[in-house]
Design a protein around this ligand. Sequence first.
Ligand SMILES: [Zn+2]
Length: 63
Amino acid sequence: MPTKRFGARYGRRPKKKFAQIETEQRAKHKCPYCNKDAVKRIAAGIWQCRKCDVKFAGKAYSP
Ligand SMILES: [Zn+2]
């Protein structure tokens, strides 16, 4: 059963890693265009700068 496997995989490991990833994606990131710390993740792999309004693709959890 796929759900069973999924649950085991999530339950065992990475609460720690999850927390790390979450803080990482919530942290402000530097915009490669205007160099301000105004980049927010709007979706997995998509980032937007609130200063210059540019959207760009990055990694899922950090730009
Ligand atoms: Zn910018």
